[in-house]
Design a protein around this ligand. Structure first.
Ligand code: PMP
Length: 396
């Protein structure tokens, strides 16, 4: 029976990780998958996380199941982190999920079961997993324009035009709250207000992917899209991930927050979200959420987290400028200063698939085929080498 099964293509991003691990070149460099690396090239466990884990090890009394929608104090903390005090808590259903991916998948399942016929509009380009997640729940999707032809800036007119002319009321729009993956190009606060007004006017449901809160400009600053949208839209879905900002990648910790117009609707929504979880993974894993809740319950650990998050964000900005400056010294004549306006881990480098291939084959530098680079994977020490080989492939 299984002999009919065809081999699936490798994942476009995680597949590169496997190739990287097998590469024996000591000069190899992985700028593909989105993980933060510190000065020593490691993806560290944050100090606040280690401290919280120590407390958990000492104090944990049970490995019993969590409720279907997750740990209650964690859910409260997520609501405050994402929405502050801007919305009445009774209008928000928060569920702990396995990572941001779990939150997106739960949103897709919710659309599929509760709003049949809705399509979801996805930015072009977007994170490589978005389409597959909605396809898995049989939610039809299409794309709206996002990146301008120069591949460096936001095509606000294109996006507004597509959402105005192509969508139907009731459709959903997937938005990146900040640190757009893969481009690093974000709307300004005024542009968010325009987008929010359009969503409200056209009765479109915002699904906001919030995988990088704190990686752009700060925890509150990065929530500008959430504020703009929930100011004018009665309903919205926010998918949070704590993989990056707490460095909890493998613990799979995230949340889906669904905002409804009133508390009675919210209770019904929460019940449907729980029903979907029950037949999927039954209830979420405890450890990652317990770490986040322990940190956010404690003023000192919270302060430590803020400092560590600021350190990561600041260092990524420094790597961006070091790359831009070092590229200038190579004489390759290609100006990368657009990277300085972009946010988060990723940017479109403008390198074409042939150049990306050459970087991998000749120099063991791993970049996603689209030319997306993970700036957070660069290192100060090896910047000269990186820029030299990038210049070599650009010059051909
Ligand atoms: N959305 C975006 C835009 C992402 O970049 C990622 C992670 N690469 C996710 C969601 C998923 O995050 P997680 O690893 O927490 O599932």
């Amino acid at each position: 029976r299984f002999s009919v099964v065809a081999t699936a293509p490798p994942d476009s991003i995680l597949g590169l990780n496997e190739a990287f691990a097998a590469d024996t070149n000591p000069e190899k460099m992985n700028l593909s998958v989105g993980v933060y690396k510190d000065v020593s090239g490691q993806t560290p466990v944050l100090r606040c996380v280690k401290a919280a884990e120590q407390r958990l090890v000492d104090g944990e009394k049970t490995k019993g199941y969590l409720p279907i929608d997750g740990q209650a104090d964690y859910r409260t903390h997520v609501r405050k982190l994402v929405f502050g005090d801007t919305i009445d808590a009774s209008r928000i259903a928060v569920l702990q999920t396995p990572g941001g991916t779990g939150a997106l998948r739960e949103s897709a399942a919710f659309l599929s079961s509760q709003i049949p016929g809705a399509r979801v509009w996805i930015s072009n380009p977007t994170w490589a997993n978005h389409q597959a997640i909605f396809a898995s729940e049989n939610v039809p999707y299409d794309s709206y324009r996002y990146l301008a032809a120069d591949k460096k800036s936001f095509d606000v007119d294109g996006m507004i035009d597509d959402l105005t002319t192509k969508t139907r009321p009731g459709d959903a729009v997937l938005l990146h709250a900040c640190c757009h993956n893969p481009t690093g190009v974000d709307p300004t606060a005024e542009q968010w207000n325009m987008i929010a007004a359009l969503l409200s006017e056209k009765q479109l449901l915002p699904i906001i992917d919030f995988a990088y809160q704190g990686f752009g400009h700060g925890l509150d600053e990065d929530a500008v899209a959430i504020r703009a949208i929930t100011n004018v839209c009665d309903e919205a879905i926010v998918c949070s991930s704590f993989s990056k900002n707490f460095g909890l990648y493998s613990e799979r910790v995230g949340a889906v927050s669904v905002v409804s117009a009133d508390s009675a609707t919210s209770a019904a929504v929460q019940s449907q979200l729980k029903a979907l979880v029950r037949s999927n993974y039954s209830n979420p894993p405890r450890h990652g959420a317990a770490i986040v809740a322990t940190i956010l319950d404690d003023a000192d650990l919270t302060q430590m987290w803020h400092a560590e998050l600021t350190e990561m964000r600041t260092r990524i900005r420094q790597l961006r400028s070091q790359f831009v400056e070092t590229m200038k010294t190579t004489g390759a004549g290609h100006d990368f200063s657009f990277l300085l306006d972009q946010n988060g881990m990723f940017s479109f480098s403008g390198l074409n698939p042939m150049q990306v291939d050459e970087l991998r084959q000749k120099y063991s530098i791993y970049i996603v085929g689209s030319g997306r680079i993970n700036v957070a994977g660069m290192s100060e020490d090896r910047m000269d080498h990186l820029c030299k080989v990038v210049a070599a492939v650009i010059e051909g």
